[in-house]
Design a protein. Structure first.
Ligand code: KIV
Ligand code: ZN
Length: 527
C-alpha cells in the first residue's frame, strides 16, 4: 500500500501514551516493548510510545521502543518547553523514523486557568517549540490542545505559525470529547479556509469519548480531509478514553465501498492485540464492545441464529476471521514436548528460547496436567502470564486455603519478596479470596485497599483457565495485576501479588525521582 495514496489514512496509535494515562495502568518497559512489537505486527503507521519528560521510566521505555521496534514511526510527546522537546528527541532519536509531537492549548479555558498566560504567549511558545523540534527531526507534529472549545480564528493563527515553523502534521484534538460530528466537519472545513498551508501537511484528529462520539467524530474528521486518525486499542485513554483503534480500522475496512478509504492495518491481528492490551493493562473489554467484545459475533435470538446458520451475512457485517477471531487449530496436550510448544508459540508470534522456554514449558505442563486440551488462547494466556514474572518483584510462592459453607475460611500464603526471602502470612476473611488477599498483605507487611476484582474464563468449557484482574491502592499508588491459572484461587493470589508489587515498584520509582529532583534543586546555585 502506498503511503502517499490520497485515500490512505494513517493510523497513529496512542495506546502507550494517552492509553497509559488511564488510572491504575502501570506498564513496565518490558511490557511496553511487547505491546509496541505487537502494534508493529498489527501494522499501525505511528506509535506514540510515551511522554519522555514525565519520568525516567517513560523515557527509558520510549528509547527502548525507538531502538528495538522496526517499522512504524516512533513518536514522543512534549509540551512546548525546551526540556520536554529535548527529552522527546533524546528518547526517539535512535528510531529509523522519529517524530516529535508537541502541543499547547489554544482554548481560553486552558490558557486562563491552567497555563495562566496570554494568547500572545501561546503563539510564541508554539513557534519556538516547533522551530526547536525541527532542528532535531524532519517529522514534527503540532497539536493545539482543546481546539474544539477554542476560538477557531485563534487556533487557526497558532496552526499557521506551527506550519510556518515546519510542522509536518497538524493534529486537532477534541481533548474533552465535546464536539459533534457535523460541527467537527464544519470546524475543520473553516480551518482549511483560514489556513491555506494546511493542504500541504497531514491533518490529523485526536478524539476523546466523553459523549461516546470519539469514533464518529474521527470519521467526520476524515470526511473533512484529515488523513491521520489518533486512536488507542480497546479505546483506552484519559477519562472515557480515545477513539478505539479496532472500530476506526474496521469502519474503514467494512465500509470502503462508501468512502473509498483504506489503512495499512492487518485486521487479523486485531483480536490478539486487544487481548494483549486488556491483559497487560488490567482493563477488561466489555462483552458487547464493537469488534472485539466477547459477544461481537455471538447470536442469541433464535431468529438470528437461524439466519446465520443459513447464511452468515444475514446478521454479520464482518467475518470474525477478518479480525483474527478464527478458532486457531493449535491444540496441545500433556504429551506434547518442548519442540511442539516452541513451534506453537512461534505460530502465535512469541519467540521464546532458553530459560524463558523452560519456564513456559514447566507452566504449560502444569496446566496440561489439569486440562485435557491446551488451545492457542490458553497458550497465549499462560505465556503472557509467565512473561510477567520478574526476579526483582514480589511473587506468589505457595498458598493453602481451608473453606466451606459451615466454617470461616482460613488462608496461609507465602510470598517471595524481592530480596529472595519467603514471607508467610495467615488470615481469615469473608470468603476464601478475601482470606488469601489478607494473608498476602500480612506476608508482605503491606496494607492495601482493593478497588476492583474481576474473573473471566480464557476460553469456553468447564476446564477453562481463569483469568483474574485485581486493581488495588497501596503506598498512594493505584495499580493492576493479572493472574492466569486453572484454579481461580491461584489466579486471584497471583493477580493480587502482582498488583501489590506493581504499586510498590511505582511508589519506589516516584520516591527516587522526587529525591533526584530535590538533590538537583539543592545543587542549583541561587540567583
Ligand atoms: O487529548 C489531547 O488533547 C491530547 C494531546 C496531547 C494531543 O492527548
Ligand atoms: Zn488525548
Amino acid at each position: 500500500m502506498d503511503a502517499t495514496d490520497p485515500d490512505r489514512v494513517v493510523i497513529f496509535d496512542t495506546t502507550l501514551r494517552d492509553g497509559e494515562q488511564s488510572p491504575g495502568i502501570s506498564l513496565n518497559t518490558g511490557e511496553k516493548l511487547e505491546i509496541a512489537h505487537q502494534l508493529a505486527r498489527l501494522g499501525v503507521d505511528v506509535i506514540e510510545a510515551g511522554f519522555p519528560i514525565t519520568s525516567p521510566g517513560d523515557f527509558e521505555a520510549v528509547q527502548a521502543i525507538a531502538r528495538e521496534v522496526p517499522g512504524p514511526v516512533i513518536a514522543g510527546l512534549a509540551r512546548t518547553h525546551v526540556q520536554d522537546i529535548d527529552a522527546a528527541y533524546n528518547a526517539v532519536r535512535d528510531a529509523a523514523r522519529a517524530r516529535i509531537h508537541t502541543f499547547i492549548s489554544t482554548s481560553d479555558i486552558h490558557i486562563t486557568h491552567q497555563l495562566q498566560t496570554t494568547r500572545e504567549d501561546v503563539k510564541g511558545q508554539a513557534r519556538a517549540a516547533v522551530a526547536h523540534a525541527r532542528q532535531y527531526v524532519d517529522d514534527v507534529e503540532f497539536s493545539p490542545m482543546d481546539a474544539t472549545r477554542a476560538e477557531l480564528e485563534f487556533t487557526a493563527e497558532v496552526v499557521c505559525i506551527a506550519i510556518e515553523e515546519g510542522a509536518t502534521t497538524i493534529n486537532i484534538p477534541d481533548t474533552v470529547g465535546y464536539t459533534m460530528p457535523q460541527e467537527f466537519i464544519a470546524y475543520l472545513g473553516r480551518l482549511y479556509d483560514l489556513v491555506p498551508g494546511l493542504r500541504d501537511v497531514v491533518l490529523s484528529v485526536h478524539c476523546h469519548d466523553d459523549l461516546g462520539l470519539a469514533v464518529a467524530n474521527s470519521f467526520s474528521g476524515v470526511m473533512a480531509g484529515c488523513r491521520q486518525v489518533e486512536c488507542a486499542v480497546n479505546g483506552i485513554g484519559e477519562r472515557a478514553g480515545n477513539a478505539s483503534l479496532e472500530e476506526v480500522v474496521m469502519l474503514f475496512r467494512v465500509r470502503e465501498d462508501a468512502h473509498g478509504l483504506t489503512t495499512a492495518v492487518n485486521s487479523r491481528e486485531i483480536a490478539r492485540t486487544s487481548r494483549m492490551i486488556s491483559r497487560l493493562t488490567g482493563y477488561a473489554v466489555q462483552p458487547n464492545k464493537a469488534v472485539v467484545g466477547r459477544n461481537a459475533f455471538a447470536h442469541e435470538s433464535g431468529i438470528h441464529q437461524d439466519g446465520v446458520l443459513k447464511e452468515r451475512t444475514t446478521y454479520e457485517i464482518m467475518d470474525a476471521t477478518e479480525v483474527g477471531l478464527e478458532s486457531n487449530s493449535i491444540v496441545l496436550g500433556k504429551h506434547s514436548g518442548r519442540h511442539a510448544l516452541r513451534d506453537a508459540l512461534e505460530q502465535l508470534g512469541f519467540k521464546v528460547e532458553g530459560n524463558a522456554l523452560n519456564a513456559a514449558f514447566k507452566r504449560f505442563k502444569e496446566v496440561a496436567d489439569r486440562k485435557k486440551q491446551v488451545t492457542a488462547l490458553d497458550l497465549e494466556a499462560i505465556v503472557s502470564d509467565e512473561m510477567r514474572e520478574r526476579a526483582d518483584a514480589h511473587e506468589l510462592a505457595w498458598f493453602e486455603v481451608e473453606a466451606g459453607s459451615r466454617r470461616e475460611p482460613l488462608a496461609r500464603v507465602a510470598v517471595k519478596m524481592p530480596s529472595g526471602e519467603e514471607a508467610v502470612g495467615e488470615s481469615s476473611g469473608d470468603g476464601p479470596v478475601d482470606a488469601i488477599f489478607h494473608a498476602i498483605q500480612k506476608a508482605s507487611g503491606t496494607e492495601c485497599e482493593l478497588r476492583q476484582y474481576t474473573v473471566e474464563a480464557v476460553t469456553e468449557g468447564e476446564d477453562a483457565l481463569g483469568q483474574v484482574t485485581v486493581m488495588l491502592r497501596t503506598a498512594g499508588r493505584l495499580a493492576t495485576g493479572q493472574g492466569v491459572a486453572t484454579d481461580i484461587l491461584e489466579a486471584s493470589a497471583r493477580a493480587y501479588v502482582r498488583a501489590l508489587s506493581n504499586a510498590l515498584e511505582g511508589a519506589a520509582i516516584r520516591e527516587a525521582e522526587a529525591a533526584t529532583a530535590e538533590a538537583a534543586v539543592e545543587r542549583t546555585p541561587g540567583p
